[in-house]
Design a protein around this ligand. Sequence first.
Ligand code: MEV
Length: 438
Amino acid sequence: MNTPVEGFSKLSKAEKMDWIANQCTKDPEATKKLLERYWNPDPNVQKLHDEFIENTISNYYLPFAVAPNFLINGEFYAIPMAIEESSVVAAASKAAKFWLDKGGFKTTILGTEKVGQVHFMYNGDAQKLQAFFKKIHPILFSSVASITQNMEKRGGGINAIELRDCTDKIPGYYQLHCTFETLDAMGANFINSCLEQFAKTLKEKAKDHQDFSEGEKNIEVVMSILSNYVPNCLVRAEVECPVEKLVIKDISSEDFSQKFVQAVNIANVEPYRAVTHNKGIMNGIDAVVLATGNDFRAVEAGVHAYASKNGSYSSLTHAAIEDGIFKFWIEIPLALGTVGGLTSLHPLVKLALEILQNPSAKELMQIVAVAGLAQNFAAVKSLVTTGIQKGHMKMHLLNMLNQMGATESEKEQLVHYFKHETVTNASVKEALEKLQRS
Ligand code: MEV
């Protein structure tokens, strides 16, 4: 158990490392060496990473990979992914290749609207509030002119500001529900700056509003914040082909397509399955979102809320067979940016965007949705045929061998051996011991 510390953020990096190593670890010298080993040898690069957040003591590595051969709307992409789970990139690459000779992936942007809200309390006559809102509506827009100027020049800005009466949920609770177009920016700073100014203007103007009683003049702003629920910032990705083109080992095309559709239908109606089904989709989505420097927590929160929009948590993907054509698609809300944030700061984020040919936010939404659909196709294809463990454990084999301390030559021999054997923890341990004995 360590002790509380005062002013930790003000300590130097070396002092922070010392404190952590001494207070929290058994071998402080080894801890410090480990932390240093993961520093970047270029002090400028390290400084950049140090300054992303507070209290940085080292870097936390994740593999940065690419899944090639994605054909999206007739263009080829190699998709960068940052993820630790062994089978994800392999599965994405396999799915990309599977759909390559079947026309690839098609995508459509269904909307790009972002949302933010000023939540406030007003205890008074609702009609008077409506009249007040009507009066200040143009003033709310003009009050943020200096913030919106540049965004408007590029074709974005505030779409609408609405007064919402939420007094049926909490007495006295109202909102300014605002929608925005933030173009290639994810837009969090832009939206939050606008909202905070709306809140100020709302309060100030209420104080001077002659029709309000003294109590009504006293609007209490509770908070002003963007929403990560963006059901109208939506993208669709799809694949389709004649059923007979679904050539899969050891199963007929008809059986495969029917089983696949059944599996997706189960995820549509059964929340326990839907959560895992969608987790598989997020394996692909988060990996690209992270590689491109976007906020995967925001995406996760918004996506899962969208999956529950009909009152029960359900699948984000859908599948059908119509007139002998197998169709598989996803509709997913994705608020992403390709400018601002980490995009021009993190060298690997810049590279990821360059690998994707420096996409607009709309193009990135389409690529990310495809990564999710491809990942789900790979997972469900395995689940309804061989089962998930075969491929997963094969990919996990190197992790297991590393954990068991296998040498490079032992790893090479065992990877070869397990090409035709079932990988389990016990079977790998036994094979390694046998090899070491021989
Ligand atoms: C594992 O990370 C993801 C899967 O469980 C997804 C799924 O079951 O569809 C394989």
